[in-house]
Design a protein around this ligand. Structure first.
Ligand code: FAD
Ligand code: NAP
Length: 344
């Protein structure tokens, strides 16, 4: 049965199972890609995952997404993006992809409820900030606990701020936060930093930054928002209470790529390795957003990458169709070669 026959059949039965493109993930990258692919008249299925709307669903006000001079709440922004993608025909389903098969074509995408097929796949599964895993962390998330200084720094004007971590992100964020905070303390579990020398030098030179070495945050205290945090010495367990209005956790991110392991090339940190723009090492599989980008990690950049990947998908599908119409199929090519051998 041809691709079109199967699609007509499934459309008649009210259920489409073969798509031009399946987008995995519903953050800014996924929804932006959906807007572009469905406006380009590609049959688009978007599988939202267990966090429909992505990371911005876990925050309150977003002040740096262009187009909203007074800011917009993260969940509202993401609902708007979903509606915009659906308006042009993206079918968004609230399910999770549990398995992918990129070895056969069309590609096979298994969710917890169904199996779908597609000519192209666009991975937008994002990354999750690592958590400290301490009491109060979840309760104070968005009320003093933050995982993104670029996003939330301006909300902490005049506050005492604590940053956890000893990598590039922690030092870069701590330096950035000195623009807003009264003081910035960096709590690090060792006595030496992993961050690059240049960032270390900047932090050491900054009079607003102080380091608490060999220390971990063990408790968060407050009522409606954070008032103080408890820091423990990793060697003797001695605790000290520090006044703080903000706690920035900068201990790294984990890309959501476990289901692609063994099927796609990942870099040494587990992020999807891109070959050329949004192309992965498998033809027809593309990626966009925080799942490959550990540098910028912003809604606008993820959306931008989603747009770029959607344009790449569209162009790739068009060129592939053109090739299929103009070049002999593999079977026809083999027959032609056999005939030529016979004739010679
Ligand atoms: P994500 O938003 O991470 O979305 C990933 C999507 O993939 C989710 O929908 C998830 O359900 C889905 N998924 C994962 N695995 C699967 C699977 N197996 N099957 C199906 N789906 C799957 N950026 C800003 O620009 N401004 C801000 O103010 C801002 N505030 C932030 C506040 C917080 C608390 C956090 C955590 C981040 C903030 N960011 C902010 C960063 C921004 O949210 C991210 O950069 C952006 O969301 C990344 O978009 P993405 O589409 O790549 O992935
Ligand atoms: P990272 O390099 O993995 O550093 C994470 C830091 O958090 C480490 O210091 C680690 O301590 C600490 N940590 C991890 N788990 C912890 C826990 N449970 N409790 C307390 N501390 C914990 O992550 P990153 O800083 O986000 O950087 C990620 C990548 O992006 C890196 O390659 C980095 O170079 C890059 N990056 C580059 C720039 C730049 O070039 N300007 C900026 C930001 C990020 P240990 O040191 O003890 O392991």
């Amino acid at each position: 049965m041809s691709r079109t026959d199967r699609r007509d059949d499934s459309v008649n039965s009210g259920k489409v199972s073969l798509y031009d493109v399946i987008i995995i993930g519903s953050g800014p990258a996924g929804y932006t890609a959906g807007i572009y692919t469905s406006r380009a008249r590609l049959q688009t299925l978007l599988v939202t995952g267990t966090l429909p709307g992505g990371q911005l669903m876990t925050t309150s006000e977003v002040e740096n997404y262009p187009g909203f001079p007074n800011g917009i709440f993260g969940p509202e922004l993401m609902m708007n993006m979903r509606q915009q993608a659906e308006r042009f025909g993206t079918l968004a389903i609230d399910d999770e992809v549990i398995q992918v098969d990129f070895k056969q074509r069309p590609f096979k995408i298994t969710t917890s409820g169904e199996i779908f097929e597609s000519e192209a796949v666009l991975i937008c599964t994002g990354a999750s900030p690592r958590k400290l895993g301490i009491k109060g962390e979840q309760m104070f998330a968005g009320r003093g606990v933050s995982y993104c200084a670029t996003c939330d720094g301006p909300f902490f004007k005049g506050e005492d701020i604590v940053v956890v971590g000893g990598g590039d992100t922690a030092l870069e964020e701590a330096t950035f936060l000195t623009k807003f905070g009264k003081s910035v303390k960096i709590v690090h579990r060792r006595d030496s930093l992993r961050a690059s020398k240049i960032l270390q030098d900047k932090a050491f030179e900054n009079p607003k930054i102080e380091f608490l070495w060999n220390s971990v945050v063990s408790d968060i205290i407050g009522d409606k928002k954070i008032a103080s945090i408890v820091v423990s010495d990793v060697y003797n367990g001695k605790e000290q209470k520090i006044q703080a209005g903000g706690l920035f956790v900068a201990i790294g991110h984990d890309p959501n790529t476990s289901i692609f392991r063994g099927q796609l090339e990942l870099d040494d940190k587990g992020y999807i390795a891109l070959k050329n723009n949004s192309f992965t090492n498998i033809e027809g599989v593309f990626a966009a957003g925080d799942v490959h980008d550990y540098r910028y990690r912003q809604a606008i950049t993820a959306g931008g990458f989603g747009c770029m990947a959607a344009l790449d998908v569209e162009k790739w599908l068009t060129e592939r169709k053109h090739r299929a119409n103009t070049e002999p199929s593999e079977v026809a090519f083999t027959q032609m070669r056999r005939q030529a051998l016979k004739d010679s």
